[in-house]
Design a binder for this molecule. Structure first.
Ligand code: ZN
Length: 160
């Protein structure tokens, strides 16, 4: 029985638009506007990794929702987004089952199958990867929502 992974195109588009706006102008105003504009996005944090400085923060993190990290400017700018889940997996027994696939936002049609990046046994609700914030000084980290950065020993082994 295949377990397929799906992504909601509607939710993903909101995220992409938000990231495009942030990349263009990574400041507090943009962070605030995307949190306000896109209902699936709960909070946005923009961190300058070169200066190790929190540039902007907007919205309120929802602990039940996953955090995604994105990097711009050759990796010197990190954007942390806390948003509703838009990637999910479904067990599909027959073709008809695919029609019942539904995103957390209620979207059914604009959902597409993606190549799974999770192992079949992982629990999507608790196993969302967290960004590595260990490089940031404690005073920056303490201002961020995700201050419980991952200890060296708990970090996933990177393929190099
Ligand atoms: Zn959705």
């Amino acid at each position: 029985m295949p377990l397929y992974e799906y992504e909601c195109i509607k939710c993903r588009n909101k995220l992409e638009k938000a990231l495009t706006a942030i990349e263009k102008k990574p400041d507090k105003k943009t962070a605030q506007s995307v949190v306000k504009k896109y209902d699936t996005i709960h909070s946005v944090e923009i961190v300058d990794l070169d200066e190790k400085e929190l540039l902007a923060q907007a919205g309120e993190r929802d602990d039940k929702c996953p955090d995604f990290d994105f990097y711009f400017d050759q990796g010197s700018l990190m954007v942390l987004v806390n948003m509703d889940r838009y990637r999910f997996s479904e067990l599909i027994y027959e073709k008809e089952d695919e029609k019942k696939v539904e995103c957390y936002c209620g979207e059914k049609k604009n959902v597409e199958r993606v190549v799974s990046s999770f192992s079949f046994t992982s629990d999507l609700s608790t196993n969302m990867p967290k960004p590595d914030l260990s490089e940031l000084p404690p005073d920056v980290r303490s201002k961020m929502f995700i201050s419980d950065y991952i200890e060296e020993k708990d970090r996933p082994k990177k393929n190099r």
